[in-house]
Ligand binder design. Structure first.
Ligand SMILES: NC(=O)c1ccc[n+]([C@@H]2O[C@H](COP(=O)([O-])OP(=O)(O)OC[C@H]3O[C@@H](n4cnc5c(N)ncnc54)[C@H](O)[C@@H]3O)[C@@H](O)[C@H]2O)c1
Length: 393
């Protein structure tokens, strides 16, 4: 029997997202008043020794190299999936069927079919009080929460334009090595699913609207790359040093035009080739009464333009979203003492724990993740066929 006041967490994967999620689980109960006490119970990896070392470093009580065995344990309440996309469906469905709450990293899956299976499993588990959430973390940035609140309050009126970019440059160098992110069988897609998924979720969240149709284009600029030291064909993760090159099987960049159900027009761009841009998530929304603009490289700021002000004094206002009244901020530092990348993950954990304790469905749900997956698939089909695609409801 587990203690009803605690939430025993097992996390799978201990690299980039594993670090970020560990930080969140460690920090959340110290800054937020949580109705359940998260316990960092088990960390799962591929390899027994590496998982044990990571568990000691990141603060997990135990470690394992077998996620199936961990999911079967009675003393695990929640499974946090921080592995590449090709594993999400299998782990999430097994965990939900075993009665564990699930937090799954984005994109929800590698295909629409997998995302549908996961959503069905989540809906079945929900009938037994089991909750599932997908990790579109950037929703939890206070300036983004403020943008959502301003749209909801009608402060920018009817939305006409949505402009969204997610710009990175980490593989602009053609000699940057292959990794699972460049392998379609592991990642599902490239810039489209890795970072494009975030701006699909973010714009739909901020506007409270859904994309209904789109026309897109994908491009792979560098079609072959060297294997990383230690990797060979078919084993992006082990083996000896090689000078062999292998194919890039995903997109390097994606762009698409979209229509929202309100009739708003959207322009989206996701690329790993925007030299000089490291993690520039840029959202601009123009409405009948004003505009909002956000750039993650200046993540504590939201720009707001009120078109009702007289023309002589109107202009974009730079709102520093660090006031206690802004979402999540009251738990942290005094005004002006900004938050960083990791705080979004802490807020994600806080929202999830609160929803579980309240017996409510956390958002974004797996159904939300499935809808994003349908948008991603439509971009691929549109790019292949050079046609507009409707997004099924
Ligand atoms: N929310 C965000 O902003 C954000 C940012 C980056 C990545 N992600 C997502 O997080 C997920 C993981 O990405 P990452 O950057 O952390 O990848 P990563 O390569 O840094 O880490 C992947 C981890 O998964 C482990 N792993 C893989 N298969 C496993 C298995 N079968 N059993 C146990 N462990 C296994 C690896 O050993 C490694 O520890 C992806 O879905 C990615 O899209 C989300």
């Amino acid at each position: 029997m587990t203690d009803p006041s605690s939430l025993r967490v097992a996390m799978i994967g201990h690299a980039f997202m594993g670090n970020a999620h560990s930080q969140a689980w460690r920090t959340a109960p110290h800054f937020f008043d949580l109705p359940l006490r998260p316990e960092m119970a088990v960390l799962v990896g591929h390899d027994t020794d590496r998982a044990a070392q990571a568990a000691a470093r990141l603060g997990w009580a135990e470690s394992s190299a077998d996620w199936r065995e961990v999911i079967a344990r009675d003393d695990v309440d929640l499974v946090d999936i921080c592995t590449p996309g090709d594993t999400h469906a299998e782990i999430a469905v097994a965990a939900l069927r075993a009665g564990k709450h699930v937090l799954c990293e984005k994109p929800l899956a590698n295909t629409v079919a997998e995302a549908e299976e996961m959503t069905t499993a989540a809906e079945e588990a929900r009938a037994h009080g089991v909750r599932a959430m997908v990790g579109f973390t950037y929703r939890r940035v206070p300036a983004i929460g403020l943008a959502r609140a301003l749209v909801e309050d009608g402060r920018i009126g009817d939305v006409r334009h949505v402009r969204a970019q997610y710009l990175q440059d980490w593989i602009a160098d053609p000699e940057a090595p292959l990794s699972w992110r460049l392998d379609r069988s592991r990642a599902g897609s490239g810039a489209l699913g890795d970072i494009g998924a975030h701006i699909v979720d973010l714009t739909q969240y901020v506007t409270g609207d859904r994309i209904t149709e789109l026309a897109g284009r994908l491009e792979t600029f560098v079609k072959e790359r060297p294997y990383a030291a230690g990797d060979t064909a078919g084993s992006l993760g082990g083996g000896g040093t090689t000078t062999e090159r292998g194919p890039v099987t995903v997109d390097d960049a994606a762009s698409f035009l979209a229509t929202f159900s309100s009739g708003a027009m959207g322009v989206f761009e996701a690329t790993r080739f925007a030299t000089g841009r490291k993690n520039a998530i840029r959202i601009e929304v123009n409405g009948s009464l004003g505009s909002l603009a956000f750039d993650f490289e200046d993540m504590n700021v939201l720009q707001y333009f009120d078109a009702r002000e007289d023309a002589e004094h109107a202009g974009f206002r730079r709102i520093l979203a660090t006031e206690a009244g802004h979402p999540y901020v009251a738990a942290w530092w005094p005004p002006g003492h900004g938050l960083g990348y990791e705080h979004g993950f802490t807020h994600q954990v806080v929202d999830l724990v609160n929803a579980i304790a309240a017996g409510e469905d956390p958002v974004p749900s797996f159904a939300d993740g499935l809808q994003v997956q349908r948008v991603l698939a439509a971009v691929e089909t549109s790019s292949d066929t050079r046609t507009w695609q409707e997004i099924p409801r």
